[in-house]
Design a binder for this molecule. Sequence first.
Ligand SMILES: N[C@@H](CCC(=O)N[C@@H](CS)C(=O)NCC(=O)O)C(=O)O
Length: 217
Amino acid sequence: MSPTITAFAQSPDRGRGLARDMRVRWALEEVGQPYEVRLLSFAEMKEPAHRALHPFGQIPTYEEGDLALFESGAIVFHIAQRHAGLLPDDPNARARAIAWMFAALATVEPPIVDRTIAALVERDRPWCAERLPLVEDRIRDRLGELSSRLGEAEWLDGAFSAGDLLMTHVLLRLRGSGLLDEYPSLSAYVARGEARPAYQRAFAAQLAVFTGDPPAG
Ligand SMILES: N[C@@H](CCC(=O)N[C@@H](CS)C(=O)NCC(=O)O)C(=O)O
C-alpha cells in the first residue's frame, strides 16, 4: 500500500518547493516509493481530524498502514530506514549521515526560518531593520562553516544521503536572499541537489498542485 502524505492545498510559496512536503516527496522519489497526497486548506490543518495526526496542526504528515508520523525529519528518516538509497549500509557512515540530518534541521534551519519570519511576518515592526542584519549574520556564520566542511566535495559525507537531501532543502529557502550566492560552493551544492531526477519529479508534483497541471508521464 502506498503511503499518504499531506501538503498545502494552496502553498504560500506558490509552488516554489519550499514547503516541507517537498523534502518528503523528494525522499520518496529517491527511493522509488509511489505515494498519495491529501491536500489540506489552512482551516483543515487546524481541525481535530488533522491534529490527531499532527499535534501542531501542520503539514507534512505521513500515513502508512497503522503508522502515522509528523515532522518532516522523522518522516524522511523513516523512509531512509525502510528503503535503500538514502543512508549508507556501513554503520559508522550511516551514523554520520544521520548526524547531517540533525545538523540540517537543528543547526542550519533555525536561523534560516528566523530570517523568513523577520523578513515577512515582522517586516512592519519598527525594530525589523535592526534585527534582520543580525539574523543574516547568524546565517552567514553557519554557511561559512558548512562551506568550509564541504570543501571541494560533492556531498557532505561520501555518497548523497538523507543528510544532503535535508540540507539542500533547508538551504533552498535562502534563494533570492542573496546569502547563498556569497558561498559559491554551497550554491553549487544546492544546484547539484536540484538537478537530481528525483528532486525534479518531486518539484513537478508539488508545482502541479499550484498550477493545476499534473506532470506528464
Ligand atoms: N518542524 C516541522 C515544521 C512543519 C511546518 O512548519 N510546516 C509548515 C509548512 S512548511 C506549516 O504547516 N505551516 C502552517 C502552520 O504552521 O500553520 C517539520 O519539519 O515538519
